[in-house]
Design a protein. Structure first.
Length: 553
């Protein structure tokens, strides 16, 4: 029972055709079958590779094994996937991507229908291989008509694991798709939107649903084919199992808990929660315990994270960002502490991060560490650190537990990040939060300084981010680059709006610059807009007159 599940190599073919409603995709509804984890699902044609697929190499046009293997990143036998995709589509849907002796796409509709059905059934029964179909029909496979689209693997923890390469192509002319009435019981041509429509109640696998959502963005078949062929790299997509509010769910890359599930549950048992439940302790490593405050909102996401950091099995623990001064939260922190709380650190003094420090200090006597903001608007004015931290300072919290202080102003003038050197884990406070960008609110917030502080992180050897709001984040440098690009993109919108509307007041610019933001958030967006304008002024690009109206310098 504990033997590892060996992934099964498979191929799937996404067949598209143009229609007045937009591109349609060929879908097959699988037969109900006991023990089949995809029983009854509506899928694209596809199946496992076969040992005889390599026998078809001499009968393939448009691609050889060397080029196919290089495209898939394999040392050899990559062409098997193209052959399998064509074979499965012929077997399950009756479409054959092949050319006759004159090089023309084969016209299956003019051939003996019973003979074709017999070949399909013989393929299904493994009585013949694809090379024998080609020889009997006198055709060659047009594997060059298939574009490599995606690479997916079944999540760890599933009883069967498939390592599947997905291809995409245009439906061949003069051929009518027909389901095989064995593995499949219905054939459908649907637009992606129709297939995804909940009212249709199709049972869709996760990979099928994600693929359909991606296809929905293309205006025609050629655009979809061009996009697939333009990919220089096709990454592996491997979802992860997790525990949702109503049972086990599948997480895809980009879902908030995806990276954390991979770190905390490497074997795919599906035990990691998809929610940050207030007051529930979560061990992120033997050195780090997280407890989330019950202050979720538009501004704080799922709530503010507090972190206990210490030596595994030790009795001295540091509390980072105790959070809001909420009695229930303070009690939850005191109850969750793995040992004595001997230090209290804060990233900054906004009211959702530091106010509980006073109550924790009163209960434990632990000294506080941090900095005081230059401007007190929106700040916890009662916070006065016992120890003022400086950039580069190292705090030894115990054996094998070292925090290095990084001064990262921008969101707040006193903002600090803390790098747990032994794990290359950076506690980011609000410098980086999951799911959204942070508000930069002048005068304490400064956009130019914030961007400089983000670039500072690119010089650090870090592998994980532990944000003040959200789950653990992997690929930290990629996340930082994305944030910088977003901020510079927003800055370009601000400058374009000033050029088009100026002289203009800040309030007049918000609807244009933040057209992608709900109107009820425009008052908050105005703060970051002001920060962008002040940066443009400092850069010598924009000017403001005595009436507060902005123009291009």
């Amino acid at each position: 029972m504990n033997a590892p599940v060996i992934p099964r190599a498979a191929a799937s073919l996404i067949v598209l055709r143009d229609s007045p409603r937009g591109p349609e995709v060929l879908m097959l509804r699988r037969a109900e079958k006991p023990g089949d984890q995809n029983s009854g699902a509506t899928v694209f044609p596809g199946g496992l590779l076969d040992a005889t697929d390599a026998d078809t190499y001499p009968l393939c046009d448009g691609l050889d094994d060397a080029a196919a293997s290089a495209r898939l990143g394999l040392p050899a036998n990559g062409l098997n996937y193209w052959v399998a995709a064509v074979r499965e589509c012929f077997e399950e849907a009756g479409l054959l991507f092949a050319t006759d002796a004159s090089g023309q796409t084969i016209d299956l509709d003019t051939l003996d229908g019973e003979r074709i059905v017999g070949m399909r059934h013989a393929l299904h029964a493994n009585q013949i291989g694809m090379h024998e179909v080609c020889e009997q029909l006198g055709v060659r496979l047009d594997v060059g008509a298939l574009a490599y689209h995606a690479h997916w693997m079944t999540p760890k923890g599933m009883p069967k694991v498939f390592d599947t390469r997905f291809f995409i192509t245009r439906a061949p002319a003069r051929q009518t798709a027909r389901h095989d009435a064995k593995e499949t019981v219905e054939l459908l041509w649907l637009t992606p939107a129709e297939a995804l429509d909940k009212a249709r109640a199709l049972k869709l696998m996760n990979v099928t649903e994600v693929t359909l959502k991606g296809l929905a963005g293309f205006a025609d078949v050629q655009a979809a084919l061009d996009a697939s062929r333009a990919q220089t790299e096709v990454p592996l997509n491997r979802p992860r199992l997790a525990q949702g509010p109503r049972g086990r769910v599948i997480l895809n890359r980009g879902d908030w808990a995806y990276a954390e599930a991979g770190r905390l549950d490497p074997e795919g048992q599906g035990q990691v929660s998809t929610e940050l439940a207030p007051g529930v302790p979560v061990w992120l490593s033997p050195r780090v315990l997280r407890v989330t405050a019950p202050n979720g909102s538009i501004m704080t996401g799922p709530g503010t994270n507090a972190y206990f950091i210490g030596t595994p099995g030790g009795d001295d623990w540091t509390l980072l960002d105790p959070g809001p001064d909420d009695t229930a939260h303070v009690q939850a922190l005191l109850a969750a502490a793995p040992g004595r709380i001997t230090r209290i650190l804060v990233t900054h003094t906004h009211k959702d991060h530091s106010p509980a420090a006073a109550a924790i200090k009163a209960a434990t006597g632990a000294p506080t560490y941090g900095r005081v903001a230059a401007h007190m608007e929106w700040q916890d004015k009662g916070f006065a650190p016992d120890h003022v931290l400086t950039h580069g300072e190292r705090l030894v919290l115990g054996e094998g537990v070292t925090l290095r202080v990084l001064h990262t102003p921008g969101h707040a003038s006193n903002h600090l990040c803390y790098l747990l050197e032994e794990e290359k884990l950076l506690f980011t406070g609000d410098h980086i939060m999951q799911g959204s960008t942070v508000v930069i609110n002048p005068p304490d917030g400064d956009m130019g300084t914030y961007l400089a502080s983000l670039r500072l992180l690119l010089e650090e050897d870090i592998e994980w981010l532990a944000p003040g709001h959200g789950f653990l984040i992997d690929a930290p440098h990629a996340a930082v680059h994305k944030l910088i690009a977003h901020r510079l993109g927003r800055e370009a919108k601000v400058l374009a709006a000033v050029r088009a509307q100026g002289p203009a007041a800040e309030e007049a610019l918000v609807p244009t610059v933040y057209a992608d933001t709900p109107r009820h958030l425009h008052a908050v967006a105005l703060r970051s807009l002001r920060a962008h304008l002040l940066k443009l002024r400092d850069d010598g690009v924009a000017v403001v007159d005595a009436a507060g109206r902005w123009s291009v310098a």
